[in-house]
Design a binder for this molecule. Structure first.
Ligand code: HEM
Length: 447
């Protein structure tokens, strides 16, 4: 076997009549292959075993994975629960809206969702807040001549989400490092020893939470300040069954994570695609020169169709959330199979995002599929953001910040007579789980 699978586990086994993918390791199951080689693992499992199979997520147990596009509709199904998410990473996601269902979920979501809709973003002047920060960052890249792209986009996105929340931005590389360690809690074997990912992840969580508690105290002390953190604190303090500060802090922690990690990855992929496909860069520069300035309101985004197509196509080819876990509360039919109540499921967004059943020439990066479309965007066209009650809150924000970024990058670099160039290989070092991102070491030059 050439993939990161256990060569000693060759048995063909069934669970509830559905095949288990061979090659699991003790303790970590298929995680090494899921993290480093997910597209190939999914393709091989489908070829060998058909559309339904069990993947072993190590400490998170086995999840029945279904490659049939019907599985995407499960995200809207009333008998699907997100409680499994809390079991997968209790220290990271316990008590947060991501892992809740029904009324509790609605209450937590209602406290923040309006701020992320186009109206809320415009009223809070988020586009005006972001534009100078983005411009300054790409100007620094131009001056330096080359950058390690994922580190840079990670810092930039953290800075943007902090400013949206109304939190002071200090030591961004430190926050970035802590969040990376925190994410490891999703895949860490449950062995609590010094130096191992579980211990490091918990320490990172404690560090982050201590800072967030201080921000919450500051928000209470200065209730008149603006910023989402103040709105969240007031909404939580006003709620009937006053939620504890632990829940408030956990939700802020998850919002900061959701608000930077996925977008930083998408932004890095955008720059990589622009660097390796000169025609994309030329089309973007032409658009940027036509609009002449970084857009700041949602209403202005319609003037930047190339930048929007870049955002959608980059995310389609490189979705940053690849798999979503759910639990079936009732028995249900999925494709040709009956799934018993209580089954843990994995919805492979990565597979649907690049599936020939949903997209023509799915392996080709084509802006035209967005530029030439005449119908409105459907849920399946933005499946990278999930669907149903937990659909991503940040969709409009991501759209705004990525279009702003594209235009700022093109204007700045074109004015200096330079363009992005790839200085390292792209395939090695890619990761697909817990979130997907290009290699940490990819360098981009501007010359
Ligand atoms: C490219 C960027 C992004 C991608 C691909 C993405 C993807 C997703 C996906 C797939 C989900 C669904 C999770 C589930 O159903 O279990 C989700 C949920 C969520 N996202 Fe995003 N996201 C992005 C950016 C953002 C940003 C910028 C924010 C906010 C600042 C954000 C906030 C959230 C929140 C709070 C949830 C949980 C919603 C809930 O459980 O009700 N995301 N995101």
């Amino acid at each position: 076997m050439d993939m990161l699978l256990n060569p000693l586990d060759r048995r063909h086994r069934l669970r509830h009549d559905i095949p288990v993918v061979p090659g699991a390791y003790p303790l970590v199951g298929h995680l090494p292959a899921i993290v480093c080689d997910l597209p190939r693992l999914l393709r091989r499992a489908e070829r060998m075993l058909g559309s339904h199979f069990w993947l072993d997520f190590g400490p998170a147990g086995r999840q029945m994975t279904c490659m049939d596009p019907d599985a995407f509709a499960l995200l809207r199904h009333k008998d699907m629960s997100s409680a499994l998410i809390e079991e997968i990473a209790p220290e990271l996601l316990g008590g947060t809206l991501v892992a809740q269902d029904g009324g509790a979920h609605r209450q937590a979501r209602d406290a923040i969702k309006a701020a992320f809709l186009p109206k809320g973003l415009t009223q809070a002047g988020i586009g005006d807040l972001f534009a100078p920060v983005i411009r300054a960052r790409v100007q620094a890249w131009r001056d330096r001549g080359d950058v390690t792209i994922l580190r840079e986009t990670g810092d930039l996105m953290l800075k943007l989400i902090f400013s949206l929340m109304g939190i002071p931005t200090q030591d961004l590389p430190g926050w970035h490092r802590k969040y990376r360690q925190l994410l490891q809690l999703i895949v860490a074997p449950r062995i609590d020893l010094p130096g191992l990912p579980l211990r490091r992840g918990r320490a990172a969580r404690d560090w982050i939470d201590a800072q967030l508690r201080q921000f919450v105290r500051d928000a209470r002390a200065h209730a008149a300040r603006t910023g989402l953190i103040n709105d969240m604190v007031s909404a939580f303090d006003r709620s009937d069954d006053a939620l504890s500060d632990d829940v408030l802090v956990a939700n802020i922690r998850v919002l900061l994570l959701a608000g930077h990690d996925t977008t930083a990855s998408t932004m890095a992929w955008m720059v990589i695609e622009l660097a390796r496909q000169p025609v994309l860069w030329d089309a973007l520069v032409e658009e940027a020169q036509r609009v002449g300035a970084v857009p700041t309101r949602h209403a202005d985004l319609a003037q930047c169709p190339v930048a929007e197509a870049l955002f959608r196509e980059t995310l389609r080819m490189h979705p940053s959330v690849t798999l979503l876990p759910r639990r079936a509360l009732q028995e249900l039919q999925l494709g040709q199979r009956r799934i018993p109540a209580g089954t843990d499921l994995c919805i492979p967004l990565l597979h649907f995002s690049t599936s020939a059943l949903l997209h023509e020439a799915p392996d080709q990066f084509r802006l035209e599929r967005w530029l030439q479309r005449t119908e409105p965007i459907r849920p399946v066209d933005m499946l990278q953001f999930g669907s149903g009650p937990h659909v991503c809150i940040g969709y409009h924000l991501v759209w705004l910040e990525l279009v702003q970024f594209c235009i700022a990058l093109a204007l700045t670099m074109h004015k200096a007579g330079v363009r992005p160039r790839l200085l390292s290989g792209v395939e090695k070092g890619r990761r697909y789980y817990p979130t997907a991102h290009p290699s940490m070491t990819i360098r981009i030059g501007f010359s």
